[in-house]
Design a protein around this ligand. Structure first.
Ligand SMILES: Cc1cc2nc3c(=O)[nH]c(=O)nc-3n(C[C@H](O)[C@H](O)[C@H](O)COP(=O)(O)OP(=O)(O)OC[C@H]3O[C@@H](n4cnc5c(N)ncnc54)[C@H](O)[C@@H]3O)c2cc1C
Length: 482
């Protein structure tokens, strides 16, 4: 039987970063830590087997830097993006409009630019395999460097025995603390631990075993994910909202292909997702190019930000709204911004396989399960829609906050997971507030963009165009995502 202070269950991006963060903290150097996961990091360099990429915010990058992971990522696999184009457009695409007098970006477009916040980049894009590999290399270096305090084993959790499940008490050390749980792996191996960090993803087995509350909402959408070759290199993250859901293309960096590469995250109905998975490569690429093209003809920029071409049903209303906006919004800003819209380059080929993931919103009202000596982290505590690429960034912020609490508790000789959860309550209060805020925003966006009533859609597009010129508001949004 293993006997440890901290058992991290799940060595995905969040669990592996938590192990590294705790071990890197000087106050936690005496803790015995064990990380358990069924799968070792992928050894295949290209194309990545996980298919998934993550946009990494500058603050997550800083965290990965601090824990010694960032400099273990091969430089040629780090893509940066300095702009984000988000646009709302009906599908099938409209014909060329006649009215081009006001601007040259599609209505309902918002452009986020690193220059808006005086930065070089808005964020980074990495495939999950490369990032997880870098984390395990860092862990390997720690273990190989003679640290007795961190071990990694391959395995999958089967059950957990809590002492209140039976009369036998495992470690009756502190009077006001729950006894230590005993975790059993599928292999039959057992681990007794002071604290369990459940990092086993959105379908967390640990959370289920603990009987923790979990609010869940199914979006009725799947994300189809693929890497594709592009005609041109991109340093922009694209996201287009069509009635079936957002379709995103992120830059991917690799020296393994001569052509530029993008990662596609195509959110859609389960039925269309099945069709996209079954489609042959040519059909998939054709569909992708149609769904991403800003326009049907070669002149990719068109239309008025203020007179959406398909709003013929209420031109009087549009003229009124447009007049109002033209008074309120400075024309010079409009001219500068709209010319910045550059549509995504054509995709030419799929690289490797396609994959699909069902999308759900999930949240646990308690991250610290006081009587179970267990804490929920990352997707085990909250899972969000990928439309703004925030999931793992929230998870890294969890790992950072929890590592800090664990280190403070260890440094002052407190019982991690004991004292009725008191040493970890700062983690819970810090992270629940922040995660719920982001969940609210993402869910709100998903709902707002899901409405297809034509009048509402027209208003939505005017609202987005207006937001595009409201620089202070854009700065607030960008800062919140950092
Ligand atoms: C299509 C898509 C695109 C996304 N894009 C982005 C993005 O651009 N940016 C972003 O920030 N986020 C993104 N996300 C979200 C992000 O991928 C997740 O938030 C993140 O992977 C969660 O990490 P995690 O370590 O908490 O969970 P997971 O990645 O699910 O890892 C859980 C780990 O636990 C292990 N495990 C499971 N069960 C057991 C068990 N019984 N015993 C032991 N171990 C177990 C698993 O093997 C796994 O390694 C995206 C998600 C999707 C679906």
């Amino acid at each position: 039987m293993f006997n440890v202070d901290l058992l991290i269950i799940g060595g995905g991006l969040v669990g592996a970063s938590l192990a590294t963060a705790v071990r890197s903290h000087p106050l936690a150097k005496d803790l015995r830590i064990l990380l358990v996961d069924p799968s070792p990091p992928s050894t295949q360099s290209w194309p990545p087997t996980s298919l998934r990429t993550s946009t990494i915010s500058p603050s997550s990058k800083m965290f990965l830097d601090d824990i010694g992971v960032w400099d273990r990522i091969p430089v040629d696999r780090i893509a940066v993006f300095d702009r984000m184009f988000v646009w709302d457009h009906p599908y099938p695409l409209p014909a060329t409009p006649s009215n081009t007098e006001v601007s040259k970006a599609p209505a309902g477009t918002i452009v986020f630019d690193a220059n808006d916040i005086e930065q070089d980049h808005l964020g980074y894009v990495l495939d999950n395999d490369t990032l997880r590999n870098a984390m395990f290399r860092r862990i390997g270096d720690i273990v190989g460097g003679g640290s007795q305090g961190l071990q990694v084993i391959q395995g999958s959790v089967k059950t957990i025995k809590f002492v209140d499940d039976e009369s036998e008490s495992h470690v009756p050390e502190e009077e006001d603390s729950a006894p230590w749980p005993v975790v059993e792996l599928e292999s039959g191996e057992t681990i007794q631990c002071r604290l369990i960090a459940a990092c086993d993803g959105s379908r967390s087995r640990v959370r289920t075993i603990c009987g923790a509350d979990w609010f869940q909402y199914g979006y009725g959408q799947n994300a189809v994910v693929a890497n594709v070759e592009l005609k041109d290199i991109i340093t922009t993250a694209y996201q287009r909202f069509v009635p079936t859901g957002p379709v995103a293309v992120l830059p991917v960096s690799t020296e393994d292909t001569l052509a530029p590469v993008g990662n596609v995250i195509w959110t859609t109905t389960p039925a269309e997702a099945r069709a996209l998975m079954a489609a042959d490569e040519t059909d998939f690429i054709n569909e992708l190019n149609i769904v991403l093209a800003a326009h049907e003809d070669e002149d990719q920029v068109f239309a008025s930000s203020f007179y959406p071409p398909e709003s013929d049903q209420n031109p009087a209303l549009w003229r009124l709204v447009a007049k109002g906006l033209q008074v309120v919004l400075p024309k010079s800003a409009a001219e500068n911004k709209v010319l910045n819209f550059i549509p995504p380059p054509e995709a030419t080929r799929v690289i490797g396989k396609r994959g699909q993931f069902p999308l759900t919103l999930g949240h646990s009202p308690q991250y610290v399960l006081r009587k179970k000596r267990t804490v929920l982290v990352g997707d085990a505590a909250h899972s969000v829609h990928p439309l703004a690429g925030q999931g793992v960034n929230l998870g890294f912020a969890d790992a950072q906050s929890l590592a800090d609490c664990i280190a403070s508790a260890a440094g002052t000789g407190r019982d991690l997971g004991g004292e009725n959860g008191a040493p970890l309550m700062r983690y819970q209060s810090e992270r629940i507030t922040s995660n719920l805020g982001m969940i609210g925003v993402l869910h709100g966006l998903q709902r707002v963009f899901g409405v297809q009533n034509p009048t509402f859609r027209d208003f939505r597009r005017v609202g987005i165009s207006a937001l595009n010129f409201a620089n202070p508001l854009k700065k607030i949004i960008l800062r919140a995502m950092r």
